[in-house]
Design a protein around this ligand. Structure first.
Ligand code: SAM
Length: 329
C-alpha cells in the first residue's frame, strides 16, 4: 500500500520513488538514513512477510513525529487537528523551537520508544500551515506562558518572523489541511494516522547522524525479500543552504566518500544535483536524470527538479543500463 507523506517537505522524493524501487528491488534489509518525509519508504511496493526497515534523521522533532505516529496515532491526530489560526501557528512553533535542544535528540536516542504525541501533532500542524521555511527561530517566544514578540529581530523574513501569506484572502493558502487529506475531518485524520501506524509497525525509527545507520549491524537483512540489503541516501544537497532544522554542511561530500567504501553487494542510491556525485562513475556506479522531487515539496523553482540525479551503485538492478531511467519530460 502506497501512502502519501503526512507533511510537505523540502526535497521530498515521492516522484522518484517508482524509479528507486525499480533499482532496489525487494530488499530484505532497507535503510533510509535521511528520512525526511519518508516518501520513498511509504511508496514501497506491497510485500508480504517480514523485512527489516530503518528510518533515521538528525532532526529531533521530525523523528519524534514519526515515532509518535507509529506508537500513538490517535493522540497525534487529536493534537494535529484544528482550524488554522495565525496565533496558534506562532504559539505552537515557538513552543517547539524552545524545546529544540540537544537534549531532545539525546532523549530520542536513549529510548527507542520515546515520543511526545502532542509535540508531534503540533509539529505536523506547523508544517501543514507554514509556507516556506518554518525552521528559522523568528521573534516569537513563550515567556511565562505568554506569547511575546521580541523586538528588533535582525533576520526578517525567516521562520515565524515572516508574515503568513494570504491571510487576508479568506485563509487561502495557509488554510490548507494536512496534505493529501482534502477537507478531512477529525475522523479521517485519525484513520490516516492509523494507516501510517500500520505501515510503520515494524519499522525502526532512530534519531542521529547518518553514519550510525549505514553500519552492517543496521543494514543486516531479515529473512523475507530477495535477500539483498539496500540504502537510500538523500542527504541535503551541497547547494541546499540551510533548508533543514539542523546544519548540513559537508554532509553530501561525506556521504559520497562513504559510498566509495560501501560493500559491493549493497544496493545504494545516492541523490544529488547536476554532476555533484559524478566521482562515483569511475567506480562502477551509474547515474540517472530527471525529476526526483514531488508535488508535496516546498521548492518554488521548477527547474530544480530537472537538475536532480540518482547515482546507482553497481549492485542496483539495471545500474549497468543508464537508459533504464530516461530523462523525464
Ligand atoms: C533531502 S531531505 C530528505 C527527504 C526525503 N527523502 C523525503 O522524501 O522527504 C534531507 C534530510 O536529511 C536530514 N539530515 C541532515 N543532516 C543529517 C545528518 N547528518 N544525518 C541524518 N540526517 C540528516 C534533514 O533533517 C532532512 O530531513
Amino acid at each position: 500500500m502506497s501512502l502519501a507523506a503526512p507533511f510537505p517537505y523540502f526535497g521530498g522524493k515521492r516522484r522518484a520513488a517508482p524509479r528507486i524501487w525499480q533499482a532496489l528491488g525487494d530488499p530484505s534489509g532497507y535503510v533510509e538514513p535521511f528520512a525526511g518525509s519518508a516518501a520513498v519508504l511509504l511508496a514501497r511496493p506491497p510485500f508480504t512477510g517480514r523485512r527489516v526497515e530503518t528510518l533515521n534523521d538528525v532532526d529531533g522533532w521530525l523523528v519524534n513525529a514519526w515515532r509518535a505516529i507509529q506508537l500513538s496515532p490517535d493522540a497525534v491526530a487529536a493534537a494535529a487537528w484544528g482550524p488554522v489560526a495565525e496565533i496558534d501557528y506562532h504559539a505552537r512553533l515557538a513552543w517547539l523551537q524552545q524545546r529544540r535542544t540537544p537534549d531532545l535528540v539525546a532523549w530520542l536516542e536513549g529510548d527507542p520508544e520515546a515520543h511526545d504525541a502532542k509535540a508531534a501533532g503540533w509539529w505536523l500542524y506547523v508544517l501543514a500551515c507554514g509556507i516556506g521555511d518554518p525552521f528559522g527561530p523568528g521573534p516569537w517566544r513563550v515567556v511565562d506562558g505568554h506569547l511575546r514578540k521580541l523586538p528588533h529581530l535582525a533576520n526578517a523574513g525567516k521562520g515565524v518572523n515572516r508574515e503568513l501569506p494570504h491571510l487576508g484572502n479568506a485563509g487561502q493558502g495557509v488554510n490548507r489541511e494536512l496534505p493529501h487529506l482534502g477537507n478531512a475531518g477529525r475522523g479521517q485524520l485519525q484513520a490516516y494516522m492509523r494507516r501510517l501506524a500500520d505501515r510503520l509497525q515494524r519499522v525502526r525509527i532512530t534519531c542521529g547522524s547518518w553514519e550510525r545507520v549505514v553500519k552492517p549491524s543496521v543494514t543486516r537483512s531479515g529473512t523475507g525479500g530477495d535477500g539483498t540489503r539496500a540504502i537510500f541516501l538523500d542527504p541535503p544537497y551541497a547547494t541546499s543552504g540551510d533548508l533543514y532544522a539542523e546544519s548540513s554542511e559537508g554532509v553530501a561530500e561525506a556521504v559520497r566518500a562513504w559510498c566509495l567504501t560501501a560493500p559491493r553487494d549493497l544496493r545504494v542510491i545516492l541523490c544529488g544535483y547536476d554532476a555533484e556525485h559524478d566521482a562515483l562513475l569511475a567506480h562502477g556506479w551509474s547515474v540517472t536524470e530527471g525529476k526526483a522531487g514531488g508535488g508535496a515539496g516546498y521548492s518554488v523553482n521548477p527547474t530544480n527538479g530537472r537538475r536532480e540525479r540518482l547515482w546507482l551503485s553497481p549492485a542496483c538492478i539495471g545500474s549497468e543500463q543508464p537508459s533504464l531511467f530516461p530523462l523525464a519530460a
